[in-house]
Design a protein around this ligand. Structure first.
Ligand code: NPW
Ligand code: ADP
Ligand code: K
Length: 503
């Protein structure tokens, strides 16, 4: 699913008005009716609804929602900011005043903000995608006041929480902290940024019938992975396939005290369909691996506690791909071995965890990573590799520019993991839950991505599909075990069900 910028949303709006054709007032009526239907579905008429309306079309939506709710037996009231209003706003104001003159009140300063009865809902229709500067003065006070009321009253934002910019940071400016955001047609980039979590609450995308030609043909740089994309990527297994068909992966992982990471990664690699798996571990890990996962082959390092050189077969390129990093440790000898690996193995590989921590100490190694490889930093690892940024939008730009500069796929892990591709596109992943915020979840992901590369998915396909499956398996694990009760290994045990149900 494409994520459009605020100017693109305006273009989609104009294109729809011109080509459907539909009047802009009717499109507003349609958008508002999706919102009032959502409110009616989730809240009974015993909740009085207070809708705070700005001067533009977001406020126009708010006025139409008030009228629609009143028609359906709800007690709804509009509070409107005074000033020059947009034409569709003006038309809706007249319509509302005509039928329900006592349901519109002016809001010229904070003193005029209504005192709310218990159970009242606040609908925020102050500003949407037309916000053109940070909110200042008494309107900032209104937002502050609404946020103070959020403990007692549910706040529902129309299209955007007011004050939030769709495409750039809103840090240090007043923004409504909504419980629910009802947004039209497409996700906005701002909703996916961790720094905005407190503002957007739960996001509900409401289709309003924007013209499909515009949505299909307009290029977008940012995407949110959806089931349709996943179904296009997924390749069913060949009925005549044999284990050679699905690749031979080498997983380099583990050190003394962290063999669990290697085991978690190996198990998920096997459950994600690899043909053959060999694990390289330090000598202390031999029995752990052999007993822990009989389907994996195991080769050991000459050192007992950490790895110092990786198996010679690497130079013969007999492995389809390599996954390296989980629990590896950052010993200097391991760092040297990583440098040699990067010299000898030139196909796309997966680098995670300690492999990335080593690279952040020896940054020149970044430039030796084979083209098309996948690196999977969590935010702290990302910062160690590429430095600090002032906000999440700057971090996103840094992520994308490094991916393009280095010719590698960079996965920044989190609630909506961001996958930056060397062609400049960035994909966000919607699956997953906070139950996955537990040690070892990332190791499981490394195994999955390594397995998909081994099966000869392109790196772009592997990363989009792998991250989706990882999150979906995590969601299934949470559904059966609870977010608290699940562990990283439960993500792996639910991978089979994720293939069956998530694609
Ligand atoms: N997408 C779709 O397809 C559809 C979209 N629709 C709806 O339209 C919304 C976009 O409407 P919009 O363009 O009129 O902008 P909106 O958000 O109401 O704000 C503009 C007003 O706010 C003002 N203003 C701005 N910043 C300010 C500030 N910091 N401080 C103070 N004032 C500020 C600005 O005043 P100005 O600065 O221009 O004088 C102007 O008056 C969209 O979010 C959705 O709800 C649906 O109705 C139909 C289908
Ligand atoms: N709140 C969340 N919502 C969705 N996914 C999450 C959440 N928290 C963590 N995850 C996922 O869990 C994984 C954690 O990875 P990582 O931090 O590397 O864990 P570890 O180092 O313990 O293996 C990532 O894939 C991340 O996207
Ligand atoms: K709003």
């Amino acid at each position: 699913m494409k994520i459009f910028s605020a100017p693109q949303v305006r273009e989609a709006d104009a294109y729809t008005i011109q080509h459907e054709p539909v009047s802009s007032l009717d499109l507003m009526e349609r958008a508002a009716s999706r919102c009032s239907a959502w409110i009616e579905e989730h809240f009974s008429p015993k909740h009085p609804v207070y809708i705070i309306c700005g001067k533009g079309n977001n406020g126009g939506d708010g006025l139409a929602i008030v009228r629609q709710l009143l028609l359906h037996g709800y007690d709804a009231t509009a509070y409107t900011i005074q000033g020059a209003t947009s034409p569709d706003h003006t038309a809706n104001l007249l319509r509302l005043r005509e039928s329900y003159p006592d349901k519109v009140h002016p809001l010229n300063d904070l003193q005029e903000f209504p005192s709310l009865p218990p159970d009242a809902l606040i609908v925020d229709a102050l500003f949407g995608t037309g916000l053109n500067k940070p909110i200042e003065g008494w309107m900032g006070g209104v937002i502050h006041h609404m946020n103070n009321l959020r403990q007692k009253h549910t706040i529902i934002a129309i299209d955007m929480p007011s004050g939030l910019r769709a495409d750039s940071t809103s840090l240090h400016t007043p923004v409504v902290q909504a419980h629910h955001t009802l947004s039209f047609e497409t996700w906005k980039l701002a909703f996916l940024m961790p720094e905005n979590a407190a503002f957007v609450g739960q996001v509900h995308i409401l289709p309003i019938g924007l013209h499909p030609d515009y949505l299909t043909h307009t290029p977008a740089r940012f995407h949110l992975t959806d089931l349709e994309t996943i179904r296009t990527i997924y390749q069913p297994r060949d009925p005549f396939g044999h284990k050679g068909t699905y690749g031979h992966a080498l997983l380099i992982a583990g050190s003394y005290g962290k063999m669990g990471a290697a085991l978690l990664s190996a198990r998920s690699c096997l459950r994600a369909g690899v043909g053959l798996l060999t694990c390289h571990v330090p000598a202390c890990g031999y029995e752990i691996m052999q007993l822990g996962e009989p389907a994996a082959m195991c080769i050991t390092d000459s050192e007992i506690q950490h790895s110092t050189h990786f198996h010679l077969d690497i130079a013969d390129a007999s492995y389809t791909t390599v996954g390296i990093g989980p629990g590896l440790g950052t010993h200097q000898q391991t760092a040297l071995a990583l440098e040699k690996l990067l010299e000898n193995f030139r196909s796309p590989m997966v680098l995670d965890a300690d492999a990335l921590n080593i690279i952040s100490v020896y940054p020149y190694l970044l430039y030796r990573i084979p083209q098309g490889s996948i690196i999977t930093p969590h935010p702290k690892e990302f910062e160690r590799l590429f430095g600090k940024t002032a906000n999440d939008f700057e971090r996103l730009e840094l992520l994308s520019s490094k991916s393009q500069e280095l010719g590698i796929y960079i996965l920044l892990k989190g609630r909506y993991s961001a996958m930056a591709c060397p062609d400049g596109a960035v994909y966000f992943n919607p699956t997953g839950n906070p139950g996955m915020a537990t040690g070892g979840s990332g190791d499981v992901l490394t195994g999955i991505l390594t397995a998909l590369l081994a099966q000869r998915y392109t790196p772009k396909a592997a990363i989009i599909l792998g991250v989706w499956l990882h999150g979906f398996a995590g969601d299934l694990a949470a559904a059966s075990l609870s977010q608290e009760g699940m562990t990283a290994g439960d993500i792996t045990t639910h991978l089979g069900a994720a293939f069956l149900q998530g694609i």
